[in-house]
Design a protein around this ligand. Sequence first.
Ligand SMILES: NC(=O)C1=CN([C@@H]2O[C@H](COP(=O)(O)OP(=O)(O)OC[C@H]3O[C@@H](n4cnc5c(N)ncnc54)[C@H](OP(=O)(O)O)[C@@H]3O)[C@@H](O)[C@H]2O)C=CC1
Ligand SMILES: Nc1nc(=O)c2c([nH]1)NC[C@@H]1CN(c3ccc(C(=O)N[C@@H](CCC(=O)O)C(=O)O)cc3)C=[N+]21
Ligand SMILES: [Mg+2]
Length: 283
Amino acid sequence: MGHIINGKQIAAQTQVSITERIEAFTAETGVKPGLTVVLVGEDQASQVYVRNKEKRAVAAGINSAVIRLEATTSEAELLAVVEQLNQAEEVHGILVQLPLPKTIDADKVLDRISPLKDVDGFHPINVGNLAIGKEAFVPCTPAGIIRLIKSTGETIAGKEAVVVGRSNIVGKPVAQLLLQENATVTIAHSRTTDLAAVTKRADILVVATGLAKFIKKEHLKPGAIVIDVGMDRDENNRLCGDVDFDDCIDVAGYLTPVPGGVGPMTITMLLENTLISAERHTN
Ligand SMILES: NC(=O)C1=CN([C@@H]2O[C@H](COP(=O)(O)OP(=O)(O)OC[C@H]3O[C@@H](n4cnc5c(N)ncnc54)[C@H](OP(=O)(O)O)[C@@H]3O)[C@@H](O)[C@H]2O)C=CC1
Ligand SMILES: Nc1nc(=O)c2c([nH]1)NC[C@@H]1CN(c3ccc(C(=O)N[C@@H](CCC(=O)O)C(=O)O)cc3)C=[N+]21
Ligand SMILES: [Mg+2]
Protein backbone atom coordinates (compact mmCIF):
# COMPACT_ATOMS: atom_id res chain seq x y z
CA MET A 1 0.00 0.00 0.00
CA GLY A 2 1.50 3.34 -1.09
CA HIS A 3 1.65 6.39 1.14
CA ILE A 4 -0.74 9.23 0.42
CA ILE A 5 1.01 12.60 0.19
CA ASN A 6 -1.29 14.90 2.15
CA GLY A 7 -0.99 18.11 0.11
CA LYS A 8 -3.69 19.88 2.03
CA GLN A 9 -1.85 19.37 5.32
CA ILE A 10 1.58 20.24 3.91
CA ALA A 11 0.10 23.36 2.29
CA ALA A 12 -1.43 24.45 5.60
CA GLN A 13 1.83 23.85 7.51
CA THR A 14 3.82 25.78 4.92
CA GLN A 15 1.30 28.61 5.08
CA VAL A 16 1.92 28.98 8.83
CA SER A 17 5.58 29.83 8.26
CA ILE A 18 4.77 32.15 5.32
CA THR A 19 2.20 33.93 7.49
CA GLU A 20 4.86 34.48 10.17
CA ARG A 21 7.25 35.89 7.56
CA ILE A 22 4.51 38.22 6.29
CA GLU A 23 3.75 39.41 9.84
CA ALA A 24 7.44 40.17 10.42
CA PHE A 25 7.75 41.93 7.06
CA THR A 26 4.68 44.09 7.68
CA ALA A 27 5.75 44.90 11.24
CA GLU A 28 9.16 46.02 9.98
CA THR A 29 8.14 47.94 6.86
CA GLY A 30 4.51 48.92 7.42
CA VAL A 31 3.77 47.38 4.02
CA LYS A 32 1.18 44.67 3.43
CA PRO A 33 1.97 42.39 0.46
CA GLY A 34 -0.67 42.98 -2.23
CA LEU A 35 -2.02 40.42 -4.71
CA THR A 36 -4.52 41.21 -7.45
CA VAL A 37 -6.17 38.44 -9.45
CA VAL A 38 -7.87 39.29 -12.72
CA LEU A 39 -10.70 37.00 -13.75
CA VAL A 40 -12.21 37.45 -17.21
CA GLY A 41 -15.55 35.71 -17.75
CA GLU A 42 -17.32 33.14 -15.64
CA ASP A 43 -15.24 29.96 -16.04
CA GLN A 44 -16.67 27.76 -13.25
CA ALA A 45 -13.40 26.14 -12.25
CA SER A 46 -11.63 29.51 -12.15
CA GLN A 47 -14.29 30.88 -9.81
CA VAL A 48 -13.48 28.10 -7.31
CA TYR A 49 -9.72 28.70 -7.49
CA VAL A 50 -10.14 32.44 -7.15
CA ARG A 51 -12.34 32.07 -4.07
CA ASN A 52 -9.85 29.66 -2.43
CA LYS A 53 -6.93 31.95 -3.22
CA GLU A 54 -8.66 35.02 -1.84
CA LYS A 55 -9.61 33.35 1.45
CA ARG A 56 -6.13 31.99 2.05
CA ALA A 57 -4.37 35.21 1.01
CA VAL A 58 -6.41 37.24 3.50
CA ALA A 59 -5.70 34.67 6.25
CA ALA A 60 -1.96 35.01 5.54
CA GLY A 61 -2.02 38.82 5.91
CA ILE A 62 -1.98 39.64 2.21
CA ASN A 63 -4.00 42.49 0.74
CA SER A 64 -6.07 40.54 -1.77
CA ALA A 65 -8.17 41.95 -4.57
CA VAL A 66 -10.09 40.35 -7.42
CA ILE A 67 -10.96 42.25 -10.58
CA ARG A 68 -13.86 40.53 -12.34
CA LEU A 69 -14.31 41.45 -15.97
CA GLU A 70 -17.09 40.42 -18.36
CA ALA A 71 -16.37 37.63 -20.84
CA THR A 72 -16.91 40.24 -23.58
CA THR A 73 -13.98 42.39 -22.33
CA SER A 74 -11.71 43.36 -25.23
CA GLU A 75 -8.00 42.65 -25.34
CA ALA A 76 -7.30 46.40 -25.23
CA GLU A 77 -9.42 46.82 -22.09
CA LEU A 78 -7.64 43.95 -20.35
CA LEU A 79 -4.22 45.32 -21.35
CA ALA A 80 -5.22 48.67 -19.84
CA VAL A 81 -6.15 46.98 -16.56
CA VAL A 82 -2.78 45.17 -16.52
CA GLU A 83 -0.98 48.45 -17.18
CA GLN A 84 -2.79 50.08 -14.25
CA LEU A 85 -1.78 47.22 -11.96
CA ASN A 86 1.84 47.44 -13.16
CA GLN A 87 1.83 51.08 -12.00
CA ALA A 88 -0.03 50.53 -8.70
CA GLU A 89 2.43 50.74 -5.82
CA GLU A 90 0.34 48.66 -3.39
CA VAL A 91 0.10 45.76 -5.85
CA HIS A 92 3.12 43.43 -5.67
CA GLY A 93 1.64 40.40 -7.41
CA ILE A 94 -0.54 40.24 -10.53
CA LEU A 95 -2.23 37.03 -11.65
CA VAL A 96 -4.42 36.91 -14.75
CA GLN A 97 -6.48 33.76 -14.47
CA LEU A 98 -6.19 31.36 -17.41
CA PRO A 99 -7.79 30.33 -19.69
CA LEU A 100 -8.80 33.70 -21.16
CA PRO A 101 -11.69 34.02 -23.64
CA LYS A 102 -10.64 33.01 -27.16
CA THR A 103 -11.05 36.60 -28.38
CA ILE A 104 -8.02 37.60 -26.27
CA ASP A 105 -4.40 36.69 -27.10
CA ALA A 106 -3.21 35.26 -23.75
CA ASP A 107 0.49 35.43 -24.69
CA LYS A 108 0.15 39.13 -25.41
CA VAL A 109 -1.43 39.72 -22.00
CA LEU A 110 1.21 37.67 -20.14
CA ASP A 111 3.91 39.65 -21.99
CA ARG A 112 2.53 42.91 -20.60
CA ILE A 113 2.51 41.92 -16.93
CA SER A 114 5.56 43.45 -15.28
CA PRO A 115 8.06 40.58 -14.83
CA LEU A 116 8.72 42.03 -11.35
CA LYS A 117 5.06 41.44 -10.40
CA ASP A 118 4.59 38.20 -12.30
CA VAL A 119 3.90 35.90 -9.32
CA ASP A 120 2.69 33.18 -11.73
CA GLY A 121 6.16 33.05 -13.34
CA PHE A 122 4.58 32.99 -16.82
CA HIS A 123 6.33 36.06 -18.33
CA PRO A 124 9.00 35.16 -20.94
CA ILE A 125 11.65 36.90 -18.80
CA ASN A 126 10.88 34.66 -15.83
CA VAL A 127 10.57 31.57 -18.04
CA GLY A 128 13.99 32.38 -19.55
CA ASN A 129 15.63 33.11 -16.21
CA LEU A 130 14.33 29.82 -14.81
CA ALA A 131 15.74 27.98 -17.83
CA ILE A 132 19.22 29.47 -17.40
CA GLY A 133 19.21 29.03 -13.64
CA LYS A 134 18.94 32.72 -12.68
CA GLU A 135 16.64 34.22 -10.07
CA ALA A 136 13.05 34.13 -11.29
CA PHE A 137 9.48 33.85 -10.12
CA VAL A 138 8.97 30.09 -10.23
CA PRO A 139 5.51 28.97 -11.42
CA CYS A 140 3.39 28.01 -8.42
CA THR A 141 2.18 24.54 -9.40
CA PRO A 142 5.67 23.26 -10.33
CA ALA A 143 7.21 24.84 -7.20
CA GLY A 144 4.57 23.15 -5.06
CA ILE A 145 5.20 19.81 -6.76
CA ILE A 146 8.90 19.93 -5.81
CA ARG A 147 7.94 20.64 -2.18
CA LEU A 148 5.53 17.70 -2.19
CA ILE A 149 8.19 15.35 -3.61
CA LYS A 150 10.67 16.53 -0.97
CA SER A 151 8.07 15.96 1.76
CA THR A 152 8.51 12.19 1.20
CA GLY A 153 12.09 12.44 2.43
CA GLU A 154 13.33 10.72 -0.74
CA THR A 155 16.18 12.32 -2.66
CA ILE A 156 15.54 13.64 -6.17
CA ALA A 157 19.15 13.76 -7.39
CA GLY A 158 20.06 10.89 -9.69
CA LYS A 159 16.49 9.59 -9.98
CA GLU A 160 14.62 8.94 -13.23
CA ALA A 161 11.84 11.56 -13.43
CA VAL A 162 9.16 11.43 -16.11
CA VAL A 163 6.74 14.30 -16.73
CA VAL A 164 3.64 13.51 -18.77
CA GLY A 165 2.50 16.77 -20.42
CA ARG A 166 4.45 19.71 -21.86
CA SER A 167 2.28 22.77 -21.19
CA ASN A 168 3.94 26.09 -20.45
CA ILE A 169 2.20 26.31 -17.07
CA VAL A 170 2.95 22.83 -15.69
CA GLY A 171 4.86 20.27 -17.79
CA LYS A 172 7.77 22.36 -19.06
CA PRO A 173 8.51 24.29 -15.85
CA VAL A 174 8.25 21.22 -13.61
CA ALA A 175 10.72 19.46 -15.91
CA GLN A 176 13.10 22.45 -15.51
CA LEU A 177 12.84 22.28 -11.72
CA LEU A 178 13.42 18.51 -11.64
CA LEU A 179 16.49 19.04 -13.81
CA GLN A 180 17.71 21.71 -11.36
CA GLU A 181 17.29 19.09 -8.62
CA ASN A 182 19.58 16.79 -10.65
CA ALA A 183 16.97 14.23 -11.70
CA THR A 184 17.32 12.57 -15.10
CA VAL A 185 14.28 14.07 -16.81
CA THR A 186 12.10 12.78 -19.64
CA ILE A 187 9.07 14.66 -20.95
CA ALA A 188 6.29 12.60 -22.54
CA HIS A 189 3.31 14.01 -24.47
CA SER A 190 0.52 13.05 -26.86
CA ARG A 191 2.98 12.07 -29.61
CA THR A 192 5.00 9.77 -27.34
CA THR A 193 5.17 6.22 -28.71
CA ASP A 194 4.52 3.59 -26.03
CA LEU A 195 3.84 5.87 -23.07
CA ALA A 196 3.76 3.02 -20.53
CA ALA A 197 7.30 1.95 -21.49
CA VAL A 198 8.48 5.50 -20.69
CA THR A 199 6.48 6.03 -17.48
CA LYS A 200 7.51 2.60 -16.15
CA ARG A 201 11.09 3.89 -15.90
CA ALA A 202 10.03 6.69 -13.55
CA ASP A 203 11.11 6.79 -9.92
CA ILE A 204 9.25 10.11 -9.91
CA LEU A 205 6.21 10.49 -12.18
CA VAL A 206 4.44 13.84 -12.64
CA VAL A 207 1.21 13.71 -14.63
CA ALA A 208 -0.39 16.83 -16.16
CA THR A 209 -2.55 15.80 -19.11
CA GLY A 210 -6.08 16.88 -18.23
CA LEU A 211 -7.29 13.32 -18.98
CA ALA A 212 -9.41 11.87 -16.14
CA LYS A 213 -7.94 8.70 -14.53
CA PHE A 214 -5.64 8.25 -17.53
CA ILE A 215 -2.68 6.71 -15.68
CA LYS A 216 -3.20 3.11 -14.50
CA LYS A 217 -1.04 0.74 -12.48
CA GLU A 218 0.36 -0.66 -15.75
CA HIS A 219 2.10 2.72 -16.24
CA LEU A 220 3.94 2.61 -12.93
CA LYS A 221 7.25 1.34 -11.67
CA PRO A 222 6.45 -0.25 -8.27
CA GLY A 223 7.34 2.14 -5.44
CA ALA A 224 7.36 5.28 -7.62
CA ILE A 225 6.53 8.74 -6.28
CA VAL A 226 3.45 9.77 -8.33
CA ILE A 227 2.30 13.40 -8.48
CA ASP A 228 -1.17 13.95 -9.96
CA VAL A 229 -1.69 17.50 -11.25
CA GLY A 230 -5.03 16.85 -12.97
CA MET A 231 -8.22 18.75 -12.08
CA ASP A 232 -10.67 16.69 -14.03
CA ARG A 233 -14.26 15.42 -13.76
CA ASP A 234 -15.10 11.73 -13.63
CA GLU A 235 -18.17 10.00 -15.14
CA ASN A 236 -20.24 11.22 -12.15
CA ASN A 237 -18.98 14.80 -12.60
CA ARG A 238 -16.88 14.50 -9.45
CA LEU A 239 -13.45 16.12 -9.20
CA CYS A 240 -10.68 13.62 -9.95
CA GLY A 241 -7.11 13.55 -11.20
CA ASP A 242 -5.21 12.30 -14.24
CA VAL A 243 -4.15 9.23 -12.22
CA ASP A 244 -6.60 6.43 -11.39
CA PHE A 245 -6.05 6.64 -7.63
CA ASP A 246 -7.73 3.36 -6.60
CA ASP A 247 -5.92 1.43 -9.33
CA CYS A 248 -2.50 2.93 -8.55
CA ILE A 249 -2.36 3.29 -4.76
CA ASP A 250 -1.17 -0.30 -4.18
CA VAL A 251 1.66 -0.03 -6.75
CA ALA A 252 2.90 3.51 -6.13
CA GLY A 253 5.25 4.22 -3.22
CA TYR A 254 3.69 7.65 -2.74
CA LEU A 255 0.69 9.25 -4.47
CA THR A 256 -0.99 12.66 -4.26
CA PRO A 257 -4.80 12.63 -4.04
CA VAL A 258 -7.19 14.90 -5.95
CA PRO A 259 -8.52 16.96 -4.30
CA GLY A 260 -6.10 17.59 -1.43
CA GLY A 261 -2.79 17.15 -3.29
CA VAL A 262 -1.17 19.57 -5.70
CA GLY A 263 -3.99 22.18 -5.74
CA PRO A 264 -3.69 23.46 -2.16
CA MET A 265 0.12 23.64 -2.47
CA THR A 266 -0.20 25.76 -5.63
CA ILE A 267 -2.00 28.41 -3.60
CA THR A 268 0.63 28.33 -0.84
CA MET A 269 3.37 28.94 -3.43
CA LEU A 270 1.39 31.89 -4.82
CA LEU A 271 1.29 33.45 -1.35
CA GLU A 272 5.05 32.92 -1.00
CA ASN A 273 5.75 34.51 -4.40
CA THR A 274 3.61 37.50 -3.40
CA LEU A 275 5.67 37.93 -0.21
CA ILE A 276 8.94 37.63 -2.17
CA SER A 277 7.70 40.28 -4.61
CA ALA A 278 6.71 42.63 -1.79
CA GLU A 279 10.17 42.20 -0.22
CA ARG A 280 11.91 42.96 -3.53
CA HIS A 281 9.75 46.04 -4.10
CA THR A 282 10.32 47.33 -0.59
CA ASN A 283 14.02 46.71 0.09
N1 LIG B 1 -3.62 21.68 -9.39
C1 LIG B 1 -3.14 22.73 -10.02
O1 LIG B 1 -2.61 23.62 -9.41
C2 LIG B 1 -3.25 22.81 -11.50
C3 LIG B 1 -3.92 21.83 -12.18
N2 LIG B 1 -3.99 21.86 -13.55
C4 LIG B 1 -4.63 20.71 -14.21
O2 LIG B 1 -3.59 19.89 -14.76
C5 LIG B 1 -4.03 19.30 -15.97
C6 LIG B 1 -3.07 19.69 -17.10
O3 LIG B 1 -3.11 21.08 -17.28
P1 LIG B 1 -2.26 21.81 -18.44
O4 LIG B 1 -0.84 21.44 -18.32
O5 LIG B 1 -2.67 23.22 -18.45
O6 LIG B 1 -2.92 21.06 -19.71
P2 LIG B 1 -2.72 21.26 -21.29
O7 LIG B 1 -4.01 20.82 -21.89
O8 LIG B 1 -2.19 22.60 -21.58
O9 LIG B 1 -1.59 20.18 -21.63
C7 LIG B 1 -1.84 18.79 -21.58
C8 LIG B 1 -0.60 18.03 -21.98
O10 LIG B 1 -0.90 16.65 -21.93
C9 LIG B 1 -0.44 16.03 -23.11
N3 LIG B 1 -1.28 14.89 -23.48
C10 LIG B 1 -2.56 14.91 -23.93
N4 LIG B 1 -2.97 13.67 -24.22
C11 LIG B 1 -1.95 12.84 -23.94
C12 LIG B 1 -1.75 11.44 -24.07
N5 LIG B 1 -2.71 10.64 -24.56
N6 LIG B 1 -0.56 10.92 -23.71
C13 LIG B 1 0.43 11.71 -23.24
N7 LIG B 1 0.31 13.05 -23.11
C14 LIG B 1 -0.87 13.61 -23.46
C15 LIG B 1 -0.52 17.09 -24.18
O11 LIG B 1 0.38 16.75 -25.23
P3 LIG B 1 0.58 17.70 -26.54
O12 LIG B 1 1.46 18.82 -26.09
O13 LIG B 1 1.24 16.80 -27.50
O14 LIG B 1 -0.79 18.13 -26.95
C16 LIG B 1 -0.11 18.33 -23.40
O15 LIG B 1 1.27 18.53 -23.41
C17 LIG B 1 -5.46 19.77 -16.15
O16 LIG B 1 -6.32 18.81 -15.57
C18 LIG B 1 -5.51 21.05 -15.36
O17 LIG B 1 -6.82 21.38 -14.93
C19 LIG B 1 -3.36 22.84 -14.27
C20 LIG B 1 -2.69 23.84 -13.64
C21 LIG B 1 -2.59 23.93 -12.21
N1 LIG C 1 -2.82 32.30 -14.24
C1 LIG C 1 -3.13 31.11 -13.72
N2 LIG C 1 -2.34 30.56 -12.77
C2 LIG C 1 -2.65 29.34 -12.24
O1 LIG C 1 -1.91 28.82 -11.38
C3 LIG C 1 -3.84 28.69 -12.68
C4 LIG C 1 -4.62 29.32 -13.67
N3 LIG C 1 -4.24 30.51 -14.17
N4 LIG C 1 -5.73 28.71 -14.14
C5 LIG C 1 -6.19 27.45 -13.61
C6 LIG C 1 -5.08 26.60 -13.01
C7 LIG C 1 -5.58 25.58 -12.02
N5 LIG C 1 -5.10 26.02 -10.72
C8 LIG C 1 -5.49 25.50 -9.49
C9 LIG C 1 -5.13 26.05 -8.30
C10 LIG C 1 -5.61 25.56 -7.10
C11 LIG C 1 -6.46 24.48 -7.07
C12 LIG C 1 -6.99 23.99 -5.77
O2 LIG C 1 -6.96 24.68 -4.78
N6 LIG C 1 -7.53 22.75 -5.70
C13 LIG C 1 -8.06 22.19 -4.47
C14 LIG C 1 -9.57 22.36 -4.35
C15 LIG C 1 -10.35 22.03 -5.61
C16 LIG C 1 -11.86 22.08 -5.43
O3 LIG C 1 -12.36 21.91 -4.35
O4 LIG C 1 -12.54 22.27 -6.47
C17 LIG C 1 -7.64 20.73 -4.37
O5 LIG C 1 -7.15 20.18 -5.35
O6 LIG C 1 -7.77 20.17 -3.29
C18 LIG C 1 -6.80 23.88 -8.25
C19 LIG C 1 -6.32 24.37 -9.45
C20 LIG C 1 -4.32 27.11 -10.89
N7 LIG C 1 -4.24 27.48 -12.18
MG1 LIG D 1 -3.29 24.80 -20.84
